[in-house]
Structures are given as structure tokens and as C-alpha cells.
Design a protein around this ligand. Structure first.
Ligand code: ZN
Ligand code: ZN
Length: 287
């Protein structure tokens, strides 16, 4: 498989001189299977550039997008996803319902006059909304997909995607639980068994890193993780490679470089066997 990030930022898009290296768009990911099939994850602002690429490359007619949850940063790009306006495409949007949000609302609510100048009748593509729920196992083309509930707002999902015997886990917007000031491996193992079991041994884990360790203390319970808990979680799950992702819009490239260096020191000082990097927008990663 191959993975390209079209957005690496959490919460709100942050373009500008300070975010050129790691990127400023909110989450949208492109996965390509060994035989060339495509699967897309989330529809943040990064899906705008991805949509342009799909149109330009005359990509296959059927598009499959898995949405982790309906927070703005994961759906806000949909009205600007050009294939939606072309009758050449069939677009399947997979999303889990929650108490206040029907899956169909992912389109319906965005195309109301409060938020958008025209209504959804302008959409030419054939659009199908497919309901997901927790703990599903299903197939799209040659991708085998599993869902899991994560530690975030209710009904937020994580995904595990398998193709050609390689596995990718995508846990964006997930809070790794621990107690005490510094995260410890055995405490993380104890309090996150559900997701450690789900990600055990994957080839690549893409995980939330919204906060630097020092900033996390003020945001406990917000449904996001920090750089140190993320590397310990990856170690606990014996993942082969970790990509930290969903960066705080307050952090510019220099701050993210510092966070990367702090994480390397932590990993070295504590002899944690983890191969990690910070995800970079428009970079391709082989799995
Ligand atoms: Zn988010
Ligand atoms: Zn969220």
C-alpha cells in the first residue's frame, strides 16, 4: 500500500509561511492498494486538492471515502470536492451515525443557505451514504476494513485497513488514557487495552498528536493525545512504524520540529523501541 496525506492539521486549516513543511490542511488521506485501487479517509480541507487530482487523472468512477466522525475538520472539505459536481462519479461516503447527526446530514446540513450559497441539487455525482458502526469488518475492492470506537466524542471511529498482508491503523482524534504527570508504558497498556489490541502489530499506525506533552495537561479529556503518550502506545501495540498526525493549529513548523526532537530524546532516554516520524502533507509513505 501507499499512503499520501492531503492534510495533517487538526481542528482548523492553518496555511501560511509557518506551516509549509508539515502542511496546513485538515485531514484527508489517500491510500493506494498494491493493485492500484484507491481508498480515502476523512474529508477535511485537504480533500480539495485531492479532488482536483482525481479529476485531472481521470481516476476510476467509483470513489470510496471513510469518515471517522463529523467534526468540522473531518468533513469541511466535502462541498469543495470537485468530483461531487460531476456526473462521471459515484461517491460512497461511509460514516457512523451519532445522537444528533444522521449520516445523510453530512451532505444535507452543509448544503443549507446558512453555510453554502447553493443547495445540494447542484451535485451531479451519484452519492451514496453508507452507515458504519463500531466493530464492523467489511471489504471495499481489495481493502479489508475493520472499525473500532476510539476515545473521542461518541461514535468516532478508528479504522484498520489491510491489503496484500500489510496493515495500516488510522486513529485520528483519539485520547490515549493515562494517570499521573508522565505517561508510563504499563499504565498505558492497562488503560488502553481496547485500542492496543486493535492496532497490535500493524505495519503503520497513523495517530493523533494534537498536543505537545507540556500542553496536554490543560487539555485532559478533550479527546486528543500528546507526543509522549503516542510513542508509548505505539510501543505497547508493537507497531512497526508510527506517523504522528493531526497537529495543533497553534504549532508552526519550528514548534513541530522541537516536538519531534523532544520525542526522540524521550524515546532514547527511556529505550523505547519505536520508529516514528511526524506526518508531512503531500508526502507519500510506503506500507
Ligand atoms: Zn479532528
Ligand atoms: Zn474530533
Amino acid at each position: 500500500m501507499k499512503l499520501i496525506f492531503w492534510g495533517t492539521r487538526g481542528s482548523i486549516a492553518k496555511p501560511g509561511k509557518g506551516t509549509i513543511k508539515y502542511g496546513g490542511n485538515t485531514p484527508a488521506l489517500e491510500i493506494t492498494s498494491g493493485s492500484g485501487n484507491k481508498l480515502y479517509l476523512d474529508a477535511g480541507t485537504g480533500i480539495h486538492a485531492l479532488g482536483n487530482k482525481i479529476i485531472k487523472n481521470n481516476s476510476p468512477r467509483e470513489i470510496n471515502i471513510l469518515i471517522t466522525h463529523s467534526h468540522w475538520d473531518h468533513i469541511q472539505g466535502l462541498p469543495f470536492f470537485k468530483p461531487m459536481y460531476s456526473k462521471n462519479f459515484k461517491i460512497n461516503i461511509y460514516v457512523s451515525p451519532n445522537n444528533s447527526f444522521n449520516p445523510e446530514d453530512i451532505i444535507n446540513r452543509q448544503f443549507t443557505s446558512q453555510f453554502f450559497p447553493v443547495d445540494k441539487d447542484v451535485l451531479q455525482a451519484e452519492i451514496e451514504i453508507i452507515k458504519l458502526n463500531e466493530s464492523m469488518n467489511f471489504q471495499i475492492n481489495d481493502f479489508q476494513i475493520e472499525t473500532v470506537p476510539v476515545h473521542h466524542s461518541k461514535n468516532t471511529l478508528g479504522f484498520k485497513i489491510q491489503n496484500d498482508n500489510k496493515k495500516l491503523a488510522y486513529l485520528t482524534d483519539n485520547e490515549i488514557f493515562y494517570e499521573g504527570e508522565l505517561p508510563r508504558l504499563n499504565d498505558i497498556e492497562e488503560k488502553n487495552k481496547d485500542l492496543i489490541n486493535f492496532t497490535k502489530g500493524v505495519d503503520l499506525l497513523v495517530h493523533d498528536c494534537m498536543f505537545a506533552f507540556n500542553d496536554y495537561a490543560q487539555k485532559i479529556g478533550w479527546g486528543h493525545s500528546n507526543n509522549l503518550s503516542a510513542v508509548l502506545f505505539a510501543r505497547a501495540a508493537s507497531v512497526k512504524k508510527l506517523l504522528l498526525f493531526h497537529f495543533n493549529p497553534e504549532y508552526n513548523d519550528n514548534r513541530l520540529d522541537e516536538i519531534c526532537a523532544d520525542t526522540r530524546n524521550f524515546v532514547k532516554e527511556n529505550s523505547i523501541d519505536v520508529d516514528f516520524e511526524l506526518a508531512i502533507e503531500e508526502n507519500a509513505y510506503d506500507i
